[in-house]
Design a protein around this ligand. Structure first.
Ligand SMILES: *Cc1c(COP(=O)(O)O)cnc(C)c1O
Length: 368
């Protein structure tokens, strides 16, 4: 089976360095928020070109901490998309605030800035654009709308480590940028992990307090916080992989290019990458009117294609009827019927890429 993503292949690629990094943490014997985390925070901030980086427990927690650091909670509204990982919306609800879900652009499925005017109310406090599939949302329009209305911008960069917009890496545009190191992400740990980045020293300080019980120093809580820490093993592994992130993202772009060439003039709609963006192809997402049959056809040919995401957040049992106006989420709802993610990860070989392309090209016309 050709897997859609394959974190183990990446471990195999960097095994020596990863094993050494893990061994070194075990020998030092300091397991949480130590030197590895501190150094990784500095290296990750330098990589992005941002002043502060604060490690935390997951991508969900990065968003939760960011919202809390901005003082957002019960009675407030936060605008984001329904076409995203449920984590984006779950993080807003964790603070007590209400998610207001808007539609996406039909071409690249990121937040449609034209929807913001209608979603704005006197309670709106922030916008969370999601850099979906590895490509930046329309940061220019979103940020100018936010500035005009005094809103915070919290970037969900969980699928876009290293992606750029107008030449700068995502994460440094908004008030805060949030990253996940879930194993399948472009920068993936061997467990859970996350990071918030910011240029604002006060927000950075508040994030550091919030992630550990509000402690300014040990056992003295200055504000009510909780526990969302990054551990030393994850940080040590992530430091190794960060050194290869640009190279690995370039490999993903080469695979995407091969797919786009091999599948042009074919029966599927190809992903669009906008000129101002350097796409990092966390996912390579095609669209088809016969998506379910195509997925099944690929499965029979040992090609593992997945759906991101089959059910928009506003239609999931936990949120249905509570969030968003379905009439205003037409693009989201049709995308959920059509999207299909093809196998993509840096170690994917040329033979496998050809197999995937061929399998799609021979998708029988009879079922279409
Ligand atoms: C993965 C992901 C998250 C959540 O990250 P976790 O580390 O799994 O909590 C949030 N938003 C998006 C867009 C993601 O892809």
């Amino acid at each position: 089976m050709i897997l859609c993503c394959n974190p183990q292949a990446q471990y195999n690629a960097y095994q020596k360095e990863i094993d050494a990094a893990i061994g070194s943490v075990l020998r030092v014997g300091w397991y949480i928020l130590g030197q590895e985390v501190k150094t990784f925070e500095e290296e990750f901030a330098a990589f992005l070109g941002v002043k502060y980086a604060v490690g935390c427990g997951s991508g969900t927690e990065a968003l939760h901490l960011s919202l809390a650091a901005c003082g957002i909670g019960t009675g407030d509204e936060v605008i984001t998309v329904s076409h995203t990982a449920v984590a984006t919306v779950a993080a807003i609800e964790l603070t007590g605030a209400t998610p207001v879900l808007v539609d996406v652009r039909p071409d690249c499925l990121t937040l449609d800035p034209n929807t913001l005017g209608r979603a704005l109310t006197s309670r709106t406090k922030a916008i969370i654009p999601v850099h979906l599939y590895g490509q930046a949302a329309d940061l220019n329009s979103i940020q100018s709308f936010a500035r005009q209305h005094g809103l915070r911008v919290i970037e969900d960069c969980c699928q876009a480590h290293g992606a750029t917009y107008s030449g700068r890496r995502v994460g440094c545009f908004g008030d805060l940028g949030c990253f996940s190191f879930y194993p399948t992400k472009n920068l993936g740990a061997v467990g859970d992990g996350g990071m918030v980045v910011t240029n604002d020293p006060e927000l950075a300080e508040r994030l550091r307090l919030l992630r550990e019980y509000g402690w300014a120093k040990r056992y003295v809580s200055h504000i009510p916080g909780w526990n969302s820490r990054l551990d030393e093993l994850q940080a040590a592994v992530l430091r190794v992989k960060l050194r290869y992130l640009d190279i690995d993202n370039e490999k993903r772009r080469q695979i995407a290019k091969a797919y786009s060439e091999g599948l042009k003039d074919c029966h599927v709609r190809l992903p669009v990458s906008r000129p101002e963006n350097l796409h990092v192809y966390h996912l390579y997402v095609i669209r088809s009117q016969e998506r379910d049959q195509l997925q099944e056809h690929l499965r029979k040919k040992d090609v593992g294609a997945l759906i991101h995401y089959p059910v928009p957040v506003h239609q999931q049992p936990a949120y249905k009827g509570r969030l968003g106006n379905p009439d205003a989420l037409q693009v989201t709802e049709s995308a959920a019927q059509e999207v299909l993610s093809l196998p993509i990860y840096p170690e994917l070989g040329e033979t496998e890429i050809r197999t995937v392309i061929e399998a799609i090209r021979v998708f029988p016309a009879t079922t279409r």
